[in-house]
Write a protein that binds this ligand. Structure first.
Ligand code: 3PG
Length: 198
């Protein structure tokens, strides 16, 4: 997982609605120099979208997001997901991902979650919901007891605040829906926003 995220500054979290063409959406992100995306399974079309995007754009990395249980993890792997992300901590799910060898980014929101996952050698986490939890100062506080931990903060991050996060030494990249919010289908605008990431 570390290798995948170390090549990323912003990981777009996509919830693809019916009014959005998945290929145009991801194509717009690719035009904006984004080569890794997280497609959530928050609607029933998520798996199909992953399958389709993997076929259409074999050159990019496609992960699955909002994985809540082992069944969803298995279905996502069947669809071709190359990594998996969860919003929260679920030990059995993390263990299963580890056993299956799929790169996995579990969500954490407190020190206890981190301690538990360190036991199975996971030291890269989604920090969610980043802003609501207390923002950058919360994450800074985690650096002292957990110098081995790296985070992908997500939740409430946008073009106005992402830079505050990525300068932190325990932040590998940030995630968010702001580049392509749910239902947004102005593909030129998506490319434009993606190209603004520095
Ligand atoms: C996620 O699951 O990562 C979030 O829903 C993304 O949060 P955002 O919509 O606040 O960017």
């Amino acid at each position: 997982m570390k290798q995948i995220l170390s090549e990323v500054k912003v990981l777009p979290v996509l919830e693809i609605e019916r009014n959005v063409d998945p290929e145009k959406l991801v194509g717009a992100l690719i035009d904006g120099e984004i080569n890794t995306v997280e497609i959530t399974i928050r609607n029933e079309m998520g798996y199909k979208h992953i399958e389709r995007i993997r076929k259409r754009f074999p050159e990019i990395k496609v992960g699955v997001g909002t994985v809540l249980n082992i069944n969803q993890l298995l279905n996502s792997i069947d669809s071709g997901a190359q990594f998996a992300v969860s919003p929260g901590y679920e030990f059995e799910l993390a263990l299963k991902a580890k056993d299956l060898g799929i790169p996995y980014l579990p969500g954490v929101s407190c020190p206890s979650h981190i301690m538990s996952l360190l036991k199975i050698n996971i030291n890269l986490f989604k920090f969610y919901p980043a802003n609501a939890l207390g923002g950058v100062s919360y994450l800074k506080s985690l650096a002292a007891p957990f110098p081995m931990a790296l985070f992908c903060p997500t939740g409430g991050i946008n073009e106005n605040n992402y830079k505050e996060w990525i300068v932190e030494k325990n932040v590998i990249c940030v995630g968010g829906s702001w580049l392509a919010p749910k239902g947004f289908n102005n593909y030129n605008e998506i490319t434009k926003k993606a190209l603004q990431i520095k």
